[in-house]
Design a protein around this ligand. Sequence first.
Ligand code: 5GP
Ligand code: MN
Length: 335
Amino acid sequence: MLISEYERKIVRKICDEIIKHDRFFLTTHQVPDGDGLGCELAFSIVLRKLGKQAIIVNEMLPSAIYSFLPGYSDILPIEKYPEIKLIPDAAIIFDCSNKERIGRPLSFIPESVAIINIDHHQGNTQFGHINWVCENCSSVGEMCFFILEELNCVDKEVAECLYVAILTDTGSFRHHFDTRTIRIAERLLSTGINPESIADHIYNSYPVSTLKLLGHALVSLQYDMDLHIAWTVLDEQMLMETGAFEQDAEIIVDMLRSIGNVDFVFLVKERKNEIKFSLRSKKGFNVRLIAEKFGGGGHDGAAGFSMTGITLTDAIEKFLRYLKKHQSKRQVENG
Ligand code: 5GP
Ligand code: MN
């Protein structure tokens, strides 16, 4: 049995809610990743097959490495949304621990709509009218599988989107997954999707600009062997010089993670109004606890936070000062 009694009930409740509504607004967190995007696309395919209308609106367009997925080209840039005359009666929010993580699309969700919140982050604020938060789930893709299967709608196209959600959020089945994840992946593969071709799209299709950006990031690599950390920066100049997009920067933080003998790694991104930290743990180290100290959150193995009103250099200094000050406590917290 893949699903618990509680899960069966909440899945049924979500399906009943979906059946009741006609016009859906689908969104995920800022800088959409494979998990949020895969769920949005899977739902939009299914909702349309059920004769409903669905629109995907994100803070920014997802990385072009996902452009092979069915429905990707229908995703509207946020600027175009006001031209669309769709007044939603329901919104499904994927992979967001709180409403603010949605960014600008939040302002397009009318007060009156039914909000369905599907997430796998610890500390989710339960901001929906219906909330399903599964902290032990590898990905929201894993959760959406149960909903879409209950609706009897997991065909090859839907399976491809859900497989990408699970593949990317587990770092290609390297972290935060269990036997249930593998069983779901097996069910998705049994629809006839091609895992090798999908992996080729996801991991071998970067634009040259992304690799150039990675080059800049690696040149700026720093480490502190006393603190057992390594980090690098992505400033606006690097993005401008290479012509790369922040959406394509996931490869950089993954590359940092491949460094041995550190507790965790982090990437610091300079944005217009904030400095964004992306933390990735090593050896089971808990980075969520650190991110929460700075008002952020995430998973034990991957977390983030931002600082505002501060320069890139000062933000890094502030963070390093904190780490130095709390080094012994940090070791205790992480056992
Ligand atoms: P990333 O580093 O890829 O932006 O995020 C890693 C994980 O941390 C994701 O699960 C993401 O949702 C979460 N995360 C990143 N930044 C924030 C933040 O500012 N607040 C919260 N609550 N979660 C964050
Ligand atoms: Mn996720």
